[in-house]
Design a protein around this ligand. Structure first.
Ligand SMILES: Nc1nc2c(ncn2[C@@H]2O[C@H](COP(=O)(O)OP(=O)(O)OP(=O)(O)O)[C@@H](O)[C@H]2O)c(=O)[nH]1
Ligand SMILES: [Mg+2]
Length: 305
């Protein structure tokens, strides 16, 4: 499946909602005027793009409508596309694999961290990047086995310790092993945590400290990716803000974009945070993770001009 097809089929529910809404409203008004724009704003809000984004997107068309009375379909869709692209702007994850890259997979409970860690590992290993996984969620029963299963599927070694062991010690072991084996990408799966739990936050700091200290000799680069679940809607914005307050996020990953009509959340989060979306989760399978591509995303969302 091409990347475009992946986005297309993953985002089909959101596309359906946006396209059907757009066509229905366009047909009933028969003209692209201010009333049409009010309805379009509602459609965008229903797709979870957030009020701020929906207003921003429609306001730029409204300006033209006020001057000229009305605009045509092509203008509406063209402007929407350009403005959405301006919000999203693609910044792919292409680190320097001469060095060791350490990716922390962070997020609240159940957003898809472990699944994403497994899919990421599979994808980079397949591209010939020597990859390793670390099971730093030592809190939830079965979390370690879950990651080990992903490691097997991906053909990637998994560093782990026992349940309840110190996650920072797992990070330490993984760093030693990664350095010894010449690993270029170490993906660390972490326990789901809430930003308002001080002990979990200090645990995260400790993991970061260990990775930075152990990585120094080999010029390791540390990346913090936050995993957000599209189905939580506007809550994802609040989570992103909270995590970014306690750590520096380098990239966002939105999972579960498939199977619901909430794809607009990608626009809401990026507009609010100004942190790039690096990957999109478009299903539960090993191949259902795609490098985020703004152009493909927007084309998968909007009706044809
Ligand atoms: N449809 C769909 N389901 C997904 C996606 N990513 C993850 N899931 C599902 O979401 C559920 C939770 O995924 P996990 O990877 O266990 O989530 P987690 O964040 O590691 O959960 P905790 O470790 O308990 O905090 C699983 O059933 C996954 O299959 C996605 O992109 N699309
Ligand atoms: Mg997990």
């Amino acid at each position: 499946m091409s990347l475009f097809d992946k986005f297309r089929s993953g985002l089909s529910k959101t596309r359906q909602a946006v396209t059907e809404g757009f066509n229905r409203v366009a047909a009933s008004f028969g003209v692209f005027d201010e009333d049409f724009l009010d309805e379009l704003e509602m459609i965008l809000i229903q797709a979870d793009s957030g009020v701020q984004v929906a207003t921003k997107l429609t306001d730029s068309i409204r300006e033209r409508v006020r001057k000229e009375g009305k605009v045509d379909r092509e203008y509406v869709l063209g402007t929407l596309k350009d403005d959405m692209l301006a919000i999203l702007e693609t910044k792919p994850f292409r680190p320097d694999f001469e060095h060791l890259n350490v990716v922390f997979i962070l997020g609240v409970n159940g957003t898809g961290k472990t699944t994403t860690a497994g899919k990421l590992a599979a994808s980079f290993q397949r591209q010939g990047i020597k990859t390793m996984l670390a099971a730093a969620d030592t809190f939830r029963a079965a979390a370690i086995e879950q990651l080990q299963a992903w490691g097997e599927r991906a053909g990637v070694p998994v560093i782990s310790n026992t349940l309840r062991s110190d996650p920072a010690s797992v990070v330490f072991d993984a760093m030693q092993s990664a350095k010894a084996r010449g690993v270029k990408l170490l993906i660390i799966d972490t326990a789901g945590r809430l930003h308002n739990k001080p002990n979990l936050m200090s645990e995260m700091e400790k993991m970061h400290r260990v990775a930075a200290r152990e990585g120094e000799t080999v010029g390791a680069v540390i990346h913090n990716f936050l995993v957000l679940d599209a189905t939580t809607g506007q809550n994802a914005v609040i989570q992103a803000r909270a995590f970014n307050e306690v750590t520096t996020l380098d990239g966002l990953i939105i999972t579960k974009l498939d199977g619901n009509a909430k794809g607009g959340i990608a626009l809401a989060v990026v507009e609010d945070m100004d942190i790039p979306l690096v990957f999109a989760g478009l299903g539960e399978g090993i191949d259902d993770l795609a490098p985020f591509d703004a152009e493909l995303f927007v084309d998968s969302l909007l009706p044809e001009a």
